[in-house]
Ligand binder design. Structure first.
Ligand code: SIN
Ligand code: NI
Length: 258
């Protein structure tokens, strides 16, 4: 699989500006058509081998659990040099990969993804965290593409609220604790197969249900400041035996480009 790794100068300035200003950026054609085909095949095989469904979260997303930790194409996708190069350029600092998983919304059997930010679940403390969401099929609005609250990563108010606040009001906690977000512009971003979005860990986002006749297949890669430390979040498991405040070990949390 060829993975062209762009030099910093090949990453459009407007992509970087969009990420810094809006807390998300759309990158068309992150993967080639050949890569999309082979990563989609690997994703569907991984889902049928072992997956869990998010009935509790009510999105009915079917996902793998840290599938990238096994060797194979889905590890290759999590450590894809082009994704890593974009992520570090957008973040403006060295990063580590800590998650890579397939997300599936079944045709006509899914629900919408609540408005949330990923940092609420984040078991680390760092200067930045971000997620690459890679479309492995065309993801239109009707197939459940994401909507972002532009600029919400840069909000005043509490730094974080705990998971209990989210559990008490999964769709409303962001607007409750940060009421100014009611007025942020919402941007819906359909993706063609091979496109991806990057969103900041503090950016509010949600997604529609898949009301089409075809599966919504995507892959998420989560990245964190290379200097981040472990900060336990009750109910969120992390790989490795970490103690609070510990830097993340290179073997389990590889540096981008390593
Ligand atoms: C989704 O795929 O519907 C949501 C993904 C995310 O929250 O990052
Ligand atoms: Ni999210």
């Amino acid at each position: 699989m060829s993975a062209h790794c762009p030099a910093s100068r090949d990453i459009p300035r407007r992509t970087v500006e969009s990420f810094r200003e809006n807390g998300f950026a759309h990158v068309p054609r992150m993967l080639s058509a050949g890569e999309v085909d082979s990563f989609r095949t690997a994703s569907l095989a991984a889902l049928s081998a072992h997956s869990k469904s998010d009935d509790a979260g009510a999105t009915r997303i079917i996902s793998t659990e840290h599938v990238w930790r096994a060797d194979g194409p889905l590890r290759e996708l999590a450590l894809h040099p082009r994704i890593g190069a974009f992520a570090e350029r957008l973040a403006g600092m060295p990063l580590r990969v800590w998650r890579g998983d397939v997300l599936l919304k079944e045709p006509r059997r899914s629900a919408r993804t609540n408005l949330h930010d990923d940092e609420t679940f984040l078991p680390f403390e760092g200067r930045v965290s971000l997620t690459a969401w890679v479309a492995l099929v065309d993801v239109t609005v009707e197939r459940g593409c994401m909507t972002f609250l532009a600029g919400s990563h840069d909000r005043p108010g509490p730094d974080r609220v705990g998971l209990p606040a989210l559990s008490a009001d999964p769709d409303g906690y962001m607007l409750k604790y940060w009421p100014g977000l009611n007025w942020n512009t919402r941007v819906t971003v359909p993706l063609r197969a091979g496109d991806c979005t990057f969103h900041h860990g503090r950016t509010g986002h949600m997604a529609a249900a898949n009301t089409t006749d075809e599966q919504r297949v995507s892959y998420v890669v989560a990245l964190i400041d290379a200097e981040a430390t472990y900060r336990p979040v009750s109910g969120v498991d992390v790989p490795g035996e970490l103690t609070p405040g510990q830097r993340l070990p290179d073997d389990l949390y590889p540096r981008v480009g390593a």
